[in-house]
Design a protein around this ligand. Structure first.
Ligand SMILES: [Zn+2]
Ligand SMILES: [Zn+2]
Length: 449
């Protein structure tokens, strides 16, 4: 006979409005950034970032009809998108909305909120930065994402690939915002070009820069792991730095001006820090800690362990300027041959190759590598003329079809008629097309006479 079912009430987990997409590389220095997560989440729902922000993010937080938002508020998201990964209101705004949409509670670590007492607005990069080699690797693994650490101003190279982080598109040379209306992860929102490349590996040849960047990485890693950081405020930092300077730098042992000189800072700035009269940026704190060979975490939380043995010199050019790609002539030649032998289609123009190798103009590249350059440009010309020939061929075909329809229907055939029917735009100005049309009109003249 039938058994009686013991019906237990099944508890279904709470449903979220959006997929509860898992962020990449959580709890590591490679953690995904919030802007990257927004792009991936939009993509997972097959909608543009613009629609995602407009129809999901904003309505989630502006539920009150009286408290409406304007187009301008929406636009500001992109204009100030650098602050989404940061540590201010904009960050909290997106975190609240995303938490509600995805039911995830672990998204805070995709921003710099945890280190907010240590950061000033200048510590976060305004435009998007990325490691082209990381992107290329990720593409092969089928999951592309951007790392939060790339948005920190003091971080300028990828230690994994020893290459300079890029901030301009290699195809159209535009700077890219952290988030744009139609951002697609790994691609330029302006020209839709791919931002990855494996040609950049080891383009950082500055040893000192590597030491400095390792210091930056290590300090950020330690601070992110430290549980006390979240509970301190800006005054705490000011006090600790002031205390540190007063205790270890005085006229007899270590003069403050010697430290200032090694840091490449103005002495007055350090005096101000000592008096708690001026806020330090995170970058300044990194430089200070680097020069005294004492991690920030030790200065702030373990002052009894401090033992300054010597003061290192900090080279100013490590932070002031973007480091340009510096390759030897031989390395440049090898790179040129990589481009020449590559089967990439369409082939790169000489302009594009010049940019990727790090030369400012074609002339200087041609001067050093005339044969290689003419190979590259002739291949590109060949490609262009092939494309043009195809276009002309298609245009002529469209004109022929238009003419035969006109004749069949007994229409009056002239320039105006053809131009109104054949949609080839600028190609009407092409000499070959113009002559072709003249020829056809001439041939059919007798038809109307
Ligand atoms: Zn990398
Ligand atoms: Zn571009």
């Amino acid at each position: 006979m039938f058994t009686v079912w013991n019906e237990k009430k099944v508890r279904t987990p709470e449903r979220s409005k959006c997929y509860s997409l898992e962020p990449m590389s959580m709890n590591s220095l490679d953690t995904e950034s919030l802007t990257s997560y927004i792009q991936r989440l939009s993509e997972a729902h097959s909608i543009s970032v613009s629609s995602f922000v407009k129809h999901l993010i904003f309505p989630t937080l502006y539920t009150d009809k009286n408290q409406d938002y304007s187009e301008n508020d929406l636009y500001r998201v992109y204009y100030k998108s650098y602050s989404i990964n940061g540590f201010n209101q904009q960050t909290s705004f997106f975190l609240r909305a995303l938490k509600e949409l995805t039911n995830r509670r672990d998204l805070k670590s995709l921003s710099w909120l945890k280190l907010s007492p240590l950061l000033t607005i200048g510590d976060i990069k305004v435009s998007r930065n990325w490691c082209p080699a990381c992107l290329n690797e990720q593409k092969n693994e089928n999951i592309i994402y951007e790392k939060l650490i790339w948005s920190l101003k003091s971080l300028t190279i990828c230690l994994k690939h020893n290459c300079v982080l890029e901030s301009t598109c290699p195809n159209c040379t535009n700077e890219i915002k952290q988030l744009d209306l139609y951002s697609v992860i790994g691609y330029c929102p302006k020209c839709k070009g791919w931002l990855g490349s494996n040609m950049v590996v080891n383009n950082n040849t500055n040893e000192e820069n590597i030491v400095w960047q390792k210091w930056v990485n290590k300090n950020v890693e330690d601070l992110l792991k430290n549980e006390a950081v979240e509970f301190v405020d800006r005054d705490f930092i000011l006090n600790k730095v002031s205390h540190f300077l007063s205790r270890h730098f005085n006229r007899t042992s270590n003069p403050l001006n010697k430290l200032a000189e090694n840091m490449n800072y103005d002495r007055c700035t350090l005096t101000q820090w000592k008096r708690k009269a001026q806020q330090l940026s995170f970058e300044s704190l990194l430089v200070l800690s680097y020069c005294v060979n004492t991690p920030i975490e030790v200065i702030l939380f373990r002052e009894n362990e401090i033992n300054i043995k010597h003061i290192s010199k900090f080279k100013n050019d490590l932070i002031k300027k973007k480091s340009y790609i510096t390759l030897t002539t031989e390395e440049k030649r090898n790179l040129l041959y990589k481009f020449i032998n590559s089967n990439e289609y369409p082939p790169l123009s000489l302009n594009e190759v010049t940019k990727q190798i790090g030369y400012k103009s074609n002339e200087s590249l041609r001067y050093h590598f005339p044969a290689e350059c003419s190979l590259i440009s002739s291949r590109y010309k060949e490609y262009k003329s092939k494309i043009n020939a195809e276009k002309v061929h298609l245009a002529k075909k469209a004109i022929r079809e238009c003419v035969s329809t006109a004749l069949e229907e007994g229409k009056v055939l002239n320039h105006g008629y053809i131009q109104s029917k054949v949609k080839i735009g600028k190609q009407f100005a092409n000499l070959e097309i113009r002559e072709y049309i003249e020829g056809i009109l001439e041939k059919n003249k007798s038809y109307y006479e």
